[in-house]
Design a protein around this ligand. Sequence first.
Ligand code: ZN
Length: 365
Amino acid sequence: VSDLAVLGGSVEVVVRDGRIAGGPAAGLPSLDATGLVVAPGLVDLQCNGAGGVDLAAEPERLWDVAALLPRWGVTAWLPTIVTSPPHVRERAAATLLAGPPAGWVGAVPLGLHLEGPFLSPDHRGAHPAELLAPPSPSEVAGWSPGAGVRMVTIAPELPGALDVVRDLVSRGVIVSAGHTGASVEEAAAGVDAGVRWVTHLFNGMAPLHHRRPGIAGVALTDPRLRVGLIVDGIHVHPRTVAAVWPALRGRLTLVTDAVAALGAPPGPLRLGDSTVTAGPDGVRLADGTLAGSDLSLDRAVRNLVAFTGCPLADAVAAASAVPCALLGEADRGVLAPGAVGDVVVLTPAGEVVATVIGGAVAWRS
Ligand code: ZN
């Protein structure tokens, strides 16, 4: 079913043929949202896996991960591949381009986010050192949205990085700065070359220093950048989230950086070729390094409200309208006639009640 009316008090969202349409709702199947919040579906720009599946280990299971995400309010996402051998990226792209299996329902993948391999060895986090590579125009020659690559995270200070940034941008790929030791000058040069996002602010970069603010300082002050933040209360302290919120309001994009541990039973799991374990202090490698999260995007929304006191609508925008604006997806992240019929119904506290994708109910509590 791709026709649906979501009805709640003064709110009436009508979806016909998968797109939001002007009324009337009469005659359509309907979802009762009385007393609830009706919002655009959530969009995750950085998700490495879920439900025990790690995309870098099993890229062919991309559609299985996508099918799990609606329970957390997610209607579209960028499947994210951490630094991996080329064949992993190629298999993920092939799986994406082949399209979903028959009868599949899930969060729509809008293209891959390749996080690496052009990252700083000094800020690699959980990315394997032996797979990092210097930026290379020949390596990215085939990377484009048409080939399945929507976003690339790169350290802009690496030799040759700015040429690769310009190359990718010219082909319509969104370039992000991350896992980087960039100074203010190096980060600004990256933005001038076309960098438009910052991958998980504060994680995988030098801390904000008042005399050497580095890329974090640029992220907080350059209006050309939108900025990813992992608001799980572990990757970034709640007080830090509250401190940077006024600078980032309208530019902050909530991400999960979720790994296989999201929605999986406890126990060791894969992240690429590494083993990670989820615990109360986050998902970590054996040496204690944080390695993604088990955060869901709806929880990130609730956390942002809790940590900053912002209205739920602002937190939802950070997980819908703002990432869609970065992607240039003008018909997503808004509830307006003509937009894709992706809707999330939330309690006033931000718990997911129902997720609608293209006018079909993909998940209900
Ligand atoms: Zn990362």
